[in-house]
Design a binder for this molecule. Structure first.
Ligand SMILES: [Zn+2]
Length: 259
């Protein structure tokens, strides 16, 4: 008879979450290095869409790191990143920030808890965005964003202006992710690692939803169990270890992206 046989589920979950938080190891990088890694990791994870998509990481009030327009996610390195202010004026670096970053400033303005915003046209979320339906989280792997994805049903057009910034920031509200109709995804996080991790979850959920819809009717998961899974999957240590895992795959061939 093994000793933990009589321990209740809640106690086991707490013990294991505590162990993961204390013992699961991850690498750490500075903000620019994390942005460069995230861009390349997103490229490898199906979020490539030519020059579309942006990442910003807030380093202090009204100052963000972002990538230069004209480069693909797979070309981003620390050396070609830009530091910009919330009006998209370049403070450091050479190049043009994506004008569509303006909606990021609107989100940062309303969400002091957010330090990174990701926007991509990943393939499956883009396909789902054409159907006018919300993202359904009905698989364990995707519960990091369970009950945490808003849906902007009406396409506001290319988000260049302040009106689109207001619409997008209001649609996101207090959620961690947003499905933009006829467009793509937005995820926000307290750091680059979290926003990246959530972008993977959203894209995987969209892929599974499309596959499942082709085979039958999606069965919802129980709300309390979905929330429990979310708590499990959103452990910081798990997020950082996942980021490190994907980073190792990049760094095997592209170590220079950290410079
Ligand atoms: Zn876009």
């Amino acid at each position: 008879m093994f000793e933990s046989k009589e321990i209740g589920e809640d106690v086991i979950r707490k013990i294991e979450m505590d162990k993961i938080s204390r013992l699961l190891k991850a690498d750490r990088w500075n903000t620019k290095q994390k942005v460069a890694l995230a861009c390349r990791m997103l490229f490898n994870a199906g979020h490539d869409s030519g020059l579309s998509g942006q990442i910003t990481a807030r380093v202090k009030d009204n100052v963000y790191i972002t990538q230069a327009l004209g480069l693909g996610f797979d070309e981003i390195s620390v050396s070609n990143l830009l530091t910009v202010d919330s009006d998209l004026q370049v403070i450091e670096g050479t190049g043009l920030p994506n004008p569509a970053n303006r909606f990021h400033s609107w989100i940062y303005n309303t969400r002091p808890d957010v330090a990174c915003i990701l926007h991509t046209h990943a393939q499956h979320i883009s396909a789902l965005s054409m159907l006018g339906v919300p993202l359904e989280i009905a698989h364990t792997d995707c519960c990091a964003v369970y009950d945490d994805v808003a849906h902007l049903r009406n396409w506001p057009g290319v988000p260049l202006g302040n009106s689109e910034g207001l619409i997008i920031s209001q649609a996101l509200g207090e959620k961690s992710a947003l499905l933009l109709s006829h467009h793509g995804l937005v995820t926000v996080g307290k750091d680059v690692e979290e926003a990246f991790y959530l972008a993977l979850s959203v894209e995987k959920a969209a892929k599974l939803q499309l596959l499942a819809l082709g085979a039958g009717k999606i069965q919802k998961i129980r709300f309390d169990l979905g929330m429990e899974a979310k708590q499990w999957l959103r452990l910081d240590a798990r997020i950082y270890a996942t980021f490190s895992y994907h980073a190792r795959k990049i760094l095997r061939d592209s170590e220079l992206c950290l410079q």
